[in-house]
Design a binder for this molecule. Structure first.
Ligand code: MN3
Length: 246
């Protein structure tokens, strides 16, 4: 909708036709046009801002990594999704439900980019700033369940760290709830445990991105160091919320 006459027809429909063109600069006009396009757009996916500043996770994850991860990698999944017509996925249901419909017949472009979008959206909320490097562990019902299913939080940390470090190539490490029991699992690429294609399915409680793009600038090839530092940032309040809502 770059044609200006069509644009005014559109803002007329939006009830904005009272705007006098002579009072509007070209910059304002283009901003309005962008708004008009957004409000009538058929593109259902958007990149939400992070719930904290790009440098908020330092010293454990650096500002540049967070900025590139969010504005380039996550943005690319969103852009690709909006360019791709849905196949067997109903784009009108919520994003978590969309994932549950992904099976072996789903196109790779949808599987990878929907997974990429959903996984990152969740991952950002499962991180929280910890500038003062305070001790960080779960409390409440989730802490009890972790102690029950893994013997102790330290034992859980050990198992999760090993699994995340050993996952071959790009992917994710997850804490999931499967039939009332907590489990650690990994998925390749942008798959997640909600998808029908996942080897181990369950509800997501905690997530760790182990793609190199998540750590390479600061940690280079040392994924184990990235994982060891990530424990400082795990948002256990959000994980508890996810656990209690299951
Ligand atoms: Mn990533």
């Amino acid at each position: 909708m770059s044609d200006r006459r069509d644009f005014f027809k559109k803002i007329g429909l939006l009830g904005l036709s009272g705007i006098a063109t002579k009072l509007v600069s070209n910059d304002q006009l283009s901003a309005l046009e962008t708004l008009g396009n957004q409000s009538t757009s058929s593109s259902p996916f958007t990149l939400a801002p992070l719930p904290y500043a790009y440098n908020a996770l330092e010293p454990f994850i650096d500002e540049q990594t967070m900025m590139i991860h969010h504005t380039k990698h996550h943005q690319a999944y969103v852009t690709k999704l909006n360019e791709t017509p849905s196949t067997n996925i109903d784009f009108l249901v919520d994003d978590m439900t969309k994932c549950k419909h992904i099976d072996s017949t789903t196109s790779a472009v949808i599987r990878n980019n929907l997974g990429g979008h959903v996984n990152h959206t969740l991952f950002w909320t499962l991180l929280k700033p910890n500038k003062e490097s305070k001790p960080n562990s779960p409390s409440g019902k989730l802490a009890e369940a972790i102690s029950k299913d893994f013997k102790s939080f330290d034992e859980f940390k050990k198992q999760f760290s090993e699994k995340a470090a050993k996952h071959f190539g790009s992917g994710w490490c997850w804490l999931i709830l499967q039939n009332g029991k907590l489990m650690i699992t990994t998925t390749p690429n942008q798959d997640n445990p909600l998808m029908k294609v996942a080897e181990q399915k369950g509800n997501i409680i905690m997530a760790l991105d182990v793609w190199e793009h998540a750590y390479y600038l600061k940690y280079q090839n040392k994924r184990a160091d990235y994982i060891a530092n990530w424990w400082n940032l795990a948002n256990w309040e959000k994980a508890e919320e996810l656990y209690q809502s299951r």
